[in-house]
Design a protein around this ligand. Structure first.
Ligand code: NAD
Ligand code: DAU
Length: 351
């Protein structure tokens, strides 16, 4: 398969590219290399002849059109996005540009290319738009998001992802572009930028720094190990029905405070010290518009395409902690540009 991956130097995208390349697919990664993207995440496949990298902005129409014409993919897996909720609260502009206009540009370039294909190649072509469960908004103590749940985004980030989902579906309904949309819960694992809860907690705990927990720490996320997500994306792109949405979730709900305590306990076990790392936990002002609970019902994906999350939270978090302990070569340079400071407070918000 010839697969074009956008955002392939980011957390999920790089896990996807590494897997697709090692499986023998011909892959082209397109990435702007923002603060969140680094080619060191693709070091494991840098000597593979079946991978090409192009540094480009998905908003750049001529550059993206050229990528389609020169590479001639049969599948597009579109992951490039601004992904961090707290950054979207401080400044939403890049989220609108990349997530909304960038997706529009990807869809238009894909459409132009797809319309030029022969009938058999056009029938095989797929555009997988990778999105988030955050488009559905916030749950109370009960229930789970299904593919029928109405969109109700809370943050600038999730509002732009919701807009991009609508664009992707409209390009299918209006132009017939073979689009599929996936909506996934919180990912964790190696190579995640240390602004997100799990890597930030691991690195701050190693350094003996405060571990900020928003509000009372009672918000719940549904955690999925990144390699399980990547496996789901490959299956959805290959066998999902065109025009459909597939939810992807871990069936692994945890309160934030319990995730942070679990990391502390595991680090204490690996490197015992006089005071438990739990003493570093610091409750801080809540995130504005903080969604209370996410829970994703992936029954459709499980029953229709036979996917199921394979990694338990216990084994996934153990692998993740050990990876960060061994991988300063990867996160050291990133901590030079982002030192773990609090993001997303209203008094710092701008356009
Ligand atoms: P990430 O922030 O780690 O990586 C995003 C990548 O996109 C980076 O490599 C960045 O350089 C690139 N990028 C950003 N703007 C670009 C632009 N204008 N042009 C080209 N490249 C650009 O994000 P992630 O966590 O890997 O998320 C990937 C996708 O999956 C996103 O679409 C996100 O919304 C979605 N998603 C993420 C999660 C999660 O828990 N992380 C869960 C569900 C869905
Ligand atoms: O649900 C999928 C989404 O998960 C993805 O679409 C997003 O791209 C991804 O960033 C993630 O969003 P969250 O906002 O849920 O992830 P984050 O790691 O920022 O926060 C997880 C939870 O932990 C959330 O309830 C906020 C809380 N939190 C976060 C940070 C960074 C803290 O309590 N302290 C922190 O320092």
């Amino acid at each position: 398969m010839k697969i074009l991956v956008t955002g392939g130097a980011g957390f999920i995208g790089s896990a996807l590219v590494r897997q697709l390349v090692l499986q023998g697919n011909e892959v082209m990664t397109v990435d702007k290399l923002t603060y969140a993207g680094t080619l060191t995440s693709l070091a494991a496949i840098s000597d593979r002849g079946n991978h090409q990298f192009v540094k480009a902005d998905i908003c750049d129409r001529p550059a993206i059109a050229h990528v389609f014409e020169s590479f001639r993919p049969d599948t597009v897996m579109h992951l490039a996005a601004e992904s961090h909720v707290d950054r979207s609260i401080t400044s939403a502009r890049d989220f609108l540009d990349t997530n909304v206009l960038g997706t529009f540009n990807m869809l238009e370039c894909a459409r132009g290319y797809w319309e030029s294909l022969s009938a058999p190649a056009g029938a095989r072509f797929r555009f997988l738009h990778v999105s988030t469960d955050e488009v559905y908004g916030s749950l109370g103590a009960e229930g789970a998001f299904t593919e029928q749940t109405s969109y109700d985004p809370s943050s600038p980030y999730s509002a732009t992802k919701a807009a991009s989902d609508h664009l992707a579906k409209a390009w299918h309904r209006t132009y017939g572009l073979p689009v599929i949309v996936s909506n996934c819960s919180n990912n964790y694992g190696p190579f995640q930028f240390p602004e997100k809860l799990i890597p930030l907690t691991i690195l701050s705990a190693i350094d003996g720094k405060p571990l900020p927990v928003y509000g009372k720490g009672e918000n719940v996320r549904d955690w999925l190990f990144v390699e399980d997500h990547v496996g789901a994306l490959a299956i959805i792109a290959a066998r999902g029905r065109v025009g459909e949405t597939y939810n992807v979730g871990g069936r692994n709900e945890r309160r934030n405070i319990d995730v942070v305590k679990e990391i502390c306990l595991r680090l204490d076990h690996l490197f015992p010290q006089e005071k438990s790392r739990e003493t570093l936990i610091t409750f801080v002002n809540d995130r504005p518009g903080h969604d209370f609970r996410y829970s994703v019902d992936s029954t459709k994906l499980e029953e229709e395409l036979g996917w199921r999350a394979a990694t338990s939270f216990e084994s996934g978090i153990d692998r993740t902690i050990r990876w960060y302990l061994e991988s300063e070569w990867w996160w050291g340079p990133l901590r030079q540009t982002y030192d773990g400071r609090r993001l997303g407070q209203l008094e710092h918000a701008g356009p």
